[in-house]
Design a protein around this ligand. Structure first.
Ligand code: FMN
Length: 353
């Protein structure tokens, strides 16, 4: 498989990537190809192809402009917060050798800097954010840069310790709305109060957060970013509580694992024994979550859209996610290492249709 320079450089800090990136082909914005597609609707917005890049790799407006130029039509601006939040030190990204599928049971996996295809990586950033006076202006610029059939989604999250968590989510949503982002995405797949579980598994809290966001910003579609749910029971209870209030669900975020070096020591450092894994090894979980959500959406007569994420690196993966019930598809790891991914998918789909 061909190897292109990733548009995010894993060897330098997040701050340097923010200031100097994007890299590789994403630097050359005038050499791209416009592949014609049939317009389709995503949450009532016209898009060329419901395909793009999820929250994370697109750090700021420069990254978003490059992604739009390369035909990624749905671009999520990396998760922001209501206050400055520092990034974890390097390493933030390592290649992970999961030997096939990664389980959802905190597997131990070898991690190093051999970024071989098919690629899986661990990412450990701690969801950094600049303060709103910096990111709001930049997000507004990114929103304006969308071309015909393209759209920016503003991702945000609340922070524990900033008062009631639902109020911080609501404030973040209001700040994102002020940038004119047409769609909001709340990241709920972050750790919950230091406990070894994720916020999206705490259904009471999710309901409070969703209600607070919808009260603060009633006039923008709201997508929730969720982790992989191993059991159906919890999906049903989540959908029962918020399925008719929200507009979309984006699945999945990373699967947690224990990345170790060749000697068996924690590869991200002694105080970061666990890391989220994304890329090829988690595609099974993304596909599984999409098909289960689609099934319950139908059974419960709900209308939310499903954004399929996890290990997508070619047009066949795109088609599998759409086939399982996704209304839109996004790729983080696959797109980072192949900036031509959207162009390739569009060309292949044109041949098939
Ligand atoms: C470098 C990087 C940073 C990420 N940061 C975020 C983030 O800030 N918020 C979020 O909701 N997900 C974040 N993610 C998770 C992705 O949105 C996505 O859910 C995950 O990577 C699975 O997709 P993939 O297999 O295509 O990489 C990040 C992923 C990567 C690779």
């Amino acid at each position: 498989m061909k190897s292109l320079t990733p548009f995010y450089n894993p060897y330098i800090s997040y701050e340097d990537n923010y200031a100097k990136g994007p890299f590789g082909l994403f630097v050359q914005l005038n050499k791209t190809e416009n592949v014609p597609t049939k317009l389709t609707k995503f949450l009532n917005i016209e898009v060329n192809l419901p395909f793009g890049i999820p929250a994370g790799p697109l750090l700021n407006a420069n990254y978003i402009k490059a992604a739009f130029a390369y035909g990624f039509d749905l671009c999520v601006y990396k998760t922001v917060r209501t206050k400055l939040h520092k990034c974890h030190p390097l390493p933030n990204i390592l290649s992970v050798h999961a030997k096939g599928k990664l389980s959802s049971n905190l597997d131990t996996v070898l991690a190093d800097t051999n970024y071989d295809q098919p690629l899986s990586i661990t990412n450990s950033f701690g969801v950094p954010s600049f303060s709103p006076d910096i990111w709001q202006q930049d997000m507004e610029d990114a929103v304006k840069s969308a071309g015909h059939g393209q759209c920016v989604i503003g991702s945000f999250q609340g922070t524990e310790g900033n008062g009631k968590i639902e109020n911080d989510y609501a404030l973040a949503a209001k700040l994102v709305k002020e940038t004119n982002a047409p769609i909001l995405e709340a990241n709920l797949s972050c750790p919950n109060e230091g406990a070894n579980k994720l916020l999206c598994f705490d259904i009471d809290k999710v309901e409070r957060i969703v209600n607070a966001i919808k009260t603060a910003v009633p006039d923008r579609p709201l997508i929730l970013k969720l982790a992989y749910f191993p059991d159906d029971e919890r999906i049903v209870s989540l959908l029962t509580r918020i399925g008719s209030i929200i507009d979309g669900l984006s699945v999945i975020n990373t699967l947690s694992a224990k990345p170790v070096d060749a000697k068996g020591n924690p590869a991200l450092g002694e105080n970061r024994k666990e890391g989220g894994v994304c890329g090829d090894a988690i595609r099974w979980a993304g596909l599984d979550m999409v098909s289960r959500l689609a099934k319950f959406r139908q059974e419960m007569e709900l209308k939310f859209v499903i954004v399929g994420v996890g290990g997508i690196s070619n047009s066949e993966h795109y088609r599998q996610f759409i086939g399982n019930g996704a209304d839109a598809v996004m790729s983080a790891t696959g797109a980072m290492w192949n900036p031509l991914l959207s162009i390739e998918i569009k060309k292949t789909l044109n041949k098939i249709i």
